[in-house]
Design a protein around this ligand. Structure first.
Ligand code: ADP
Length: 232
């Protein structure tokens, strides 16, 4: 069911947080309910890799190593998607922006209503990434610790054999966490200064995190700063 959005409900939203914080899982859980488009730059890039497009071929090595894909490629793929009509009603950006240059490029494209900061301690991130398995067919995400598939190694929805992402190997995980600390975490201060940043405790089980997120997306916990920005 799609919740009737309140006039103050945020529609242009960024999910910010380290790899393994559950941004993708939570975006998938709430996007439809709030009538928002879930846009994951990681998913868009992996689709380009799977299709073997020139952009995908260039991105592939960066992704496998856990490094950021060059900004021009990410901006090209995201800009194209944001211009599609289904993005006009509102979106959740999951995994973008990841550095200051991307944040500035986004500001030139669209205003934002809310940036959700997913807060989880590092030990838990490593556990989550190491236990993550993905369905290559429908993109469902499982976790051996918190959300195991009913039949080991197989997707509950379509029975496909689950895969581990190449960048969930320990060496790539280390690089991703370092890249987050050095390049993405400074965005927290950037968005705090604009009054858009709202923290979310993302250390609990997925259902508990979804509940906290629903309250934020309903708009009733947000300050007047956002409401002011929403006025015509
Ligand atoms: P996670 O957040 O768990 O690392 P993602 O699916 O968001 O997973 O990203 C996987 C990889 O895709 C990143 O490590 C990076 O190589 C690439 N990527 C995704 N989004 C961006 C972005 N905004 N800028 C640069 N690279 C990106």
């Amino acid at each position: 069911m799609t919740a009737a959005p309140r006039p103050t409900a945020p529609r242009r939203i960024v999910f910010l947080g380290p790899p393994g914080a559950g941004k993708g899982t939570q975006a998938a859980a709430v996007a439809r309910e709030f009538g928002l488009l879930h846009l994951s730059t990681g998913d868009l890039l992996r689709a380009a890799v799977a299709e073997g497009t020139p952009l995908g071929r260039e991105a592939d090595g960066h992704i496998r190593a856990g490094r950021l894909v060059p900004d021009d490629l990410v901006l090209e793929i995201l800009g194209h998607r944001l211009r599609q009509p289904d993005a006009a009603g509102g979106f959740i950006l999951d995994g973008f922006p990841r550095n200051l240059a991307q944040a500035r490029a986004l500001e030139r494209t669209t205003p934002l209503d809310l940036v959700v900061s997913f807060e989880v301690d590092r030990q838990r991130l490593v556990e989550r990434l190491a236990g993550r398995w993905i369905c290559p067919k429908c993109a469902s995400v499982y976790n051996l610790a918190s959300r195991p598939p009913r039949r080991p190694g197989l997707c509950d929805l379509d029975g496909a054999a689950l895969l581990q992402r190449p960048d969930d190997r320990p060496e790539a995980v280390e690089v991703r966490l370092k890249v987050y600390t050095e390049q993405t975490a400074p965005l927290l201060e950037h968005y705090r200064a604009t009054g858009l940043l709202h923290p979310l405790d993302a250390s609990g089980d997925p259902a508990a995190v979804t509940e906290g997120l629903r309250r934020l997306l309903a708009g009733d916990q947000l300050g007047t700063g956002m409401r002011d920005r929403q006025r015509p």
